[in-house]
Design a binder for this molecule. Structure first.
Ligand SMILES: [Zn+2]
Length: 141
């Protein structure tokens, strides 16, 4: 999702540009997700929206997340088959998952990716890489 969209008019335009009717729940969801690159589960998104005093049903959150993915405003990560993670960063990038905390970090696309068992320096931390998943998605030309 584009960065820094907090203005309501811009959010309305963003939804309209994807042929989504900008209802109040959709605008609140879009504003929550547009602020910064985030990796969140549907349940985390539901809780954050309701913590902010917004009353949005769980079903509405799930339905609109599916809609946002369908129109390309969000993408999903399947790091854990039992848990869909919604990624707000639509730019090409890699991910580093902290094996201890489960935290997910965006890694710039031009980063040299280490092999299994190698060390990887990121944000003043050294990670011992335990597993590596790379997925290239392409179209025949
Ligand atoms: Zn990401």
């Amino acid at each position: 999702m584009r960065q820094g969209i907090s203005d309501t008019n811009e959010t309305v335009e963003l939804l309209r540009s994807r042929n989504i009717t900008p209802t109040a729940p959709r605008l609140k969801l879009a504003r929550l997700l547009c602020g910064q690159p985030q990796h969140l589960t549907a349940e985390e998104i539901y809780r954050r929206l309701n913590q902010n005093g917004t009353k949005i049903s769980r079903a509405s959150v799930y339905n609109n997340l599916h809609l946002f993915v369908k129109v390309g405003l969000l993408r999903t990560l399947n790091i854990n088959p039992a848990l869909t993670i919604y990624d707000t960063n639509l730019e090409p990038h890699h991910h580093l998952v902290d094996a201890q905390t489960g935290e997910i970090f965006d890694i710039p696309p031009d980063t040299t990716i280490p092999q299994n068992d190698q060390e990887f320096r990121f944000r003043n931390q050294t990670y011992q890489i335990e597993s590596l998943q790379t997925m290239l998605i392409g179209r025949k030309i």
